[in-house]
Ligand binder design. Structure first.
Ligand SMILES: [Zn+2]
Length: 416
């Protein structure tokens, strides 16, 4: 069998790869697990699974929590299938159909209508992620880091802030505060997180198809923020991903905001920030007041040359879907440098009044397609199904579809 991966150095032995998983620095969570998942030898993969399990299960091994996470992650990555025979993944570029492939198709007509996806969390191994993008006709994707840390919860002012929100919210009716802190803490460090180093590794491997946005935990002190942004500026990052609810900052009052914005101005970085409700206890908007789009108004007017993308159009949420959509539109209307992506709120785009409101207020020139991969994998037809859903949308004109799926992101990020 020919390997679907080309350009990577020869596969190491399972022992070496497993040793690398164990000894990688904590900021490189995915690197060696991904290398393991690229191995096409069933023996190497099987042996690696046994070795990794033996570390996890050995009561004597006394492994650190972050190492245990990495092992769990590597085991999960090894369970993913290899790319299909008609796909080739090349280091330096990304995924292509092999020329001899009979399945080489692109329903999105790759030549005239490629897709750019501005919202991808690379939480799957290379073969799974890149094949999924290829089948969806996505030529280029922006991949996002999330810099969050459970130690933030040890700070009194942060616990007080969460407590104040908690007492105002409905969450107080069904959860005690310790459970809330526990749930938030678990969400801040999980195998699903992708660090700045992980994103740097991905864009180093596939610069042809992936653009990287780093992340910075804005509730930390200015020295930490400066150090992180300096590190990001030394690598080919193109923007910053922020999560006000899990980086515990209010965009209007955060002391690091001007520091961040001036870095963005200097580096020509774009900001992509979560907006709307969020998973877990943050489904309640009163627990999550910092994810309100208009809190960005001040930063947007002080730095009109820094583009700010409101992820999820202010509308994310299961219980309160669309909660800040109007607020997002209003903020976009007042600030030309504010954009929105439709990640995980694709359903909205088939609602007539939503389309009408966008068309008559800000138009479609600042609306971007986001799959929120791997969220899109659970949709019918997976990520390709989400793209197809747009292409079949009868409320949008062809021109508007093209703007959302390609033109706007190409112009904003200068991508081809
Ligand atoms: Zn997301």
């Amino acid at each position: 069998m020919q390997s679907p991966f080309t350009g990577f150095h020869d596969p190491d032995t399972a022992e070496e790869l497993v040793q690398r998983v164990i000894s990688d620095p904590e900021e490189a969570r995915w690197r060696s697990g991904r290398a393991l998942s690229r191995s096409t030898h069933p023996d190497v993969r099987g042996h690696a699974v046994r070795l990794l399990n033996s570390y996890l299960k050995d009561p004597e091994s006394d492994i650190e929590i972050r190492t245990a996470y990495r092992i769990t992650l590597a085991l999960r990555l090894l369970q993913r299938p290899l790319p299909p025979d008609d796909v080739e993944i090349t280091r330096g570029y990304g995924a292509r159909f092999r020329p001899e492939s009979t399945e080489a198709f692109s329903y999105a007509n790759e030549e005239e209508f490629p897709v750019i996806d501005v919202h991808v969390h690379p939480k799957e191994p290379d073969g799974t992620l890149l094949t999924e993008l290829l089948y969806a006709g996505i030529r280029h994707a922006v991949i996002l880091a999330t810099d969050t840390d459970p130690v933030d919860l040890e700070r009194e002012e942060i616990r007080d802030m969460i407590y104040a929100n908690y007492t105002r919210s409905d969450v107080a009716d069904y959860m005690n505060f310790d459970e809330v802190l526990q749930q938030i803490g678990d969400s801040l460090y999980s195998p699903g997180h992708v660090t700045n180093q992980d994103i740097a590794d991905w864009i180093d491997d596939y610069p042809g198809q992936l653009t990287g946005f780093g992340s910075v935990d804005l509730c930390r002190d200015p020295a930490y923020v400066e150090k992180t942004l300096t590190w990001l500026s030394q690598r080919p990052f193109r923007g910053i991903k922020l999560l006000p609810f899990s980086q515990f900052f209010n965009p209007e009052t955060n002391e690091n905001m001007d520091l961040l914005m001036s870095w963005c101005r200097r580096q020509h970085w774009t900001i992509l920030t979560h907006s709307g409700c969020a998973p877990g206890v943050f489904e309640d908007p009163l627990m999550n007041p910092d994810s309100k789009p208009s809190l960005w108004a001040g930063a947007a007017s002080r730095y009109p040359d820094v583009p700010i993308i409101l992820a999820h159009f202010g509308a994310y949420g299961r219980k309160h879907r669309g909660y800040w959509f109007e607020d997002a539109l209003d903020t976009m209307r007042k600030h030309e440098n504010i954009w929105a992506d439709t990640a995980a709120v694709w359903g909205m785009m088939s609602e007539e009044d939503v389309i009408k409101k966008i068309r008559t207020s800000v138009g479609f020139d600042r609306v971007l397609f986001g799959s929120d991969y791997p969220v899109s994998r659970v949709m019918p037809g997976k990520t390709a199904g989400v793209v197809r859903y747009y292409l079949a949308n009868v409320l949008l004109t062809d021109d508007e579809k093209r703007k959302i799926l390609y033109d706007n992101a190409a112009a904003l990020l200068n991508l081809k």
